[in-house]
Design a protein around this ligand. Structure first.
Ligand SMILES: [Fe+2]
Ligand SMILES: [Fe+2]
Length: 144
């Protein structure tokens, strides 16, 4: 498997969790569970992706700018997660912030998949694409 497919699979999981979460309301056990799962998925993914995708791509002039941009967006995602942690689930602000997070993450994933993967595909060798997938998946498994 190539790194792109490994990342795309985790993106799908994130999309599904966010889709479920914007349909929830109030302070319920299931909302707490889905949110905890999403938060962990986003944090683990950002760490593994920065280590085994963006880090090698920072070394190329063709992909350094976009790598920086993506990593900056990971920080914006972290900030919204912190805001959600600090907001009462019963407050309407929680859902509003969750929708903001969904919008930001969906934009980020689309940019990675539709723009960045193509550029990265030209910079990474075939063996790198496979090796990075193994390392990325190993890191994701370790995180659980
Ligand atoms: Fe990302
Ligand atoms: Fe990603």
């Amino acid at each position: 498997m190539e790194i792109f497919e490994a990342i795309r699979r985790d993106h799908e999981k994130q999309r599904l969790l966010m889709k479920i979460l914007v349909e929830t309301s109030g302070d319920t056990e299931s909302r707490r569970d889905f949110y905890a799962e999403l938060k962990q998925a986003l944090i683990d993914h950002a760490i593994a992706e920065e280590r085994y995708f963006y880090s090698p791509l920072m070394k190329s002039d063709q992909t350094i700018e976009q790598s920086r941009h993506a990593i900056a967006e990971h920080h914006e995602i972290d900030e919204l997660l912190e805001k959600l942690d600090e907001t009462e689930m019963t407050s309407p602000a929680w859902l509003a912030t969750m929708k903001k997070l969904k919008h930001l993450v969906e934009h980020h994933l689309a940019e990675e998949e539709q723009e960045f993967f193509q550029q990265a595909g030209k910079v990474l060798s075939a063996s790198q694409k496979d090796n990075l997938a193994d390392k990325y998946q190993g890191e994701m498994e370790k995180a659980h």
